[in-house]
Design a protein around this ligand. Structure first.
Ligand code: GDG
Length: 480
């Protein structure tokens, strides 16, 4: 099949969730608002200019009996492109989303196989839901459309399209890491997942490590695959079909962050924050509640820093923001308990009149609040145990005006891009992270400026629009 490359080729984005927020008002009626976030911001202009569709789950289950059509029609009108729902039942949502996606693929792909629940019915449901997505794609798209599928919930969609004998140019981007063979091989459905991914014409990863791991897994499991390197791209030929593999580190809308960070509303909020916490440096952590983010290890590192350096007392405050997420999975509820125990213990150990070492927030922040924390914090502590990319690290650099210091896990997908200015740490090495906290706290201003300038440059150059363009160009499409 030839790859169409016309500027007017229609783009179809497929993701687990539609970029729309449906909410139920006090009177029981439903309302819709277009979603926000980097991916939507980057894709919306492309979708509008070429004409496009976004296919995904709307966030309600069939049992809610919501009349989706008028709701999505009004969201579509606001967005400027069409939103197409894939409706799921509560059971499908449970087994496909919470089950296969979040209790198997999520932990396994983050190298945490002991968190996996390899329940066979989860896989069956995953196949069924991917088939349902493929059916909607088949009904709603044309043969010359460019279909770009997002993330680990939908690895089988191209294969399901093929089973339905629907020919489409399909590409896939994995937002989370891809694990090395010794971990991936534990997956009972390992060959099916690899074969499913190789049905796409292009598979994109966040970092070189993920591309390399995937290639090693194909080599280990699919003996009939022929692998060739072509510069930074890997070509896998199997059964007469060739799949391109590449890595495309996702970025953020740098200008939007940088401009909003200097707005009056953010400056006012930042000023109030600094007034409440004067004469000290703020260290910031912002994470979804997730065991991959390394929050307990980070709290231990902060404890070590404060225990070993008396001069930090009263002169540093760690603000850890945890955004509620997936609390209906037991591991997440346990993690929350563990974080709260540690915060209480460390504060109990070191608090003095006028100084509480850790401020802990368990809630979402609105955008102005989030940016005011980014802007006010002298240090950001971004120490995931493993992460596809980690956008918080990039958002912090875009929003920090002159002297922010980024401490970053070497296991974040962002590390290769950001080693130019960040202090890289091993998140499991509590003493090493404690040393980095002290080094950042004591860092001379000139060094802070030089490091941040290098970081801002890379985040500005390799932003979200750069990411969309590089992916679409590599896949034969054009950003339009
Ligand atoms: C997956 C991969 C990859 C967080 N709290 C609030 C808030 N946020 C926003 C941040 C940031 C996003 O959520 C979190 O992004 P991350 O990249 O850190 O993490 P995941 O959600 O795990 O995302 C990841 C990403 O996909 C993209 O490919 O980088 O590795 O796991 O944008 O700003 N936003 C607001 N209030 C909050 O309280 N407004």
């Amino acid at each position: 099949m030839t790859l169409p490359n016309a500027a007017n080729q229609r783009l179809v984005i497929v993701s687990n969730r539609l970029p729309v927020v449906l909410s139920k008002g006090a009177d029981g009626s439903w309302q819709s608002k277009p979603g926000s976030g980097g991916l939507v911001t980057a894709l919306a202009p492309v979708l509008r200019s070429r004409g496009g569709l976004w296919i995904g789950w709307p966030g309600t289950v069939k049992e809610d009996e919501v009349e989706l059509e008028p709701l999505l029609a009004s969201a579509t009108e606001d967005a400027g492109y069409t939103l197409v729902p894939v409706e799921l039942t509560a059971e499908e949502q449970d087994k496909f989303y919470l089950g296969f996606s979040n209790e198997i693929i999520w932990p396994l792909f983050h190298d945490l196989q002991s968190f996996c629940r390899f329940e066979p019915s989860f896989w069956e449901c995953y196949e069924d839901v991917n088939e349902a997505f493929a059916q909607v794609i088949a009904e709603q798209t044309r043969p010359d459309d460019y279909v770009w599928v997002q993330d680990y919930h939908l690895m089988n969609v191209a294969q399901e399209l093929r089973k339905q004998e629907v020919e489409r140019q399909t590409s896939f981007f994995l937002h989370i890491p891809f694990p090395p063979p010794d971990i991936f091989l534990k997956l009972p459905w390992r060959a099916q997942v690899l074969e499913g991914l190789l049905e796409y014409s292009l598979v994109g990863f966040q970092a070189h490590r993920d591309l390399q791991n995937f290639t090693l897994c194909v080599q280990a499991l699919l003996k009939d695959a022929r692998i060739q390197q072509d510069g930074e791209v890997v070509l896998v030929e199997r059964g007469g079909r060739t799949t391109r593999l590449g890595f495309f580190p996702i970025g953020i809308d740098f200008n939007e962050f940088a401009e909003h960070a200097v707005s009056k509303e953010v400056a006012d909020a930042a000023w109030s924050l600094r007034e409440a916490l004067p004469n000290r440096q703020l260290v910031l952590g912002v994470d979804r509640l997730d065991y991959t983010k390394g929050i307990p290890q980070r709290l231990e590192a902060f404890r070590q820093a404060v225990a070993r350096h008396q001069d930090l007392h009263g002169k540093i405050t760690f603000v850890q923001v945890v955004i509620p997420s997936r609390t209906d999975i037991r591991e997440y509820a346990d993690l929350k308990t563990e974080i709260e125990r540690l915060v209480g213990e460390i504060n109990g150990q070191f608090t003095t009149p006028g100084w509480v070492p850790i401020h802990y927030l368990f809630r979402s922040l609105d955008r102005t609040e989030l940016l005011s924390y980014y802007r006010s914090s002298e240090i950001a502590l971004v120490t995931p145990l493993k992460d596809g990319m980690n956008l918080v690290a990039k958002e912090y650099c875009a929003s920090s005006i002159e002297t922010g210091v980024l401490i970053l896990s070497e296991f974040a997908g962002a590390a290769p891009q950001m080693e130019v200015g960040a202090l890289l740490v091993n998140p499991y090495d509590v003493n090493g992270v404690a040393d980095a906290i002290y080094q950042a706290w004591a860092m001379p201003e000139a060094e802070r400026r030089t490091r941040l300038a290098a970081l801002r440059q890379i985040v500005r150059e390799q932003d979200i629009f750069w990411w969309v363009n590089s992916f679409l160009q590599s896949g034969g499409g054009r950003a339009g």
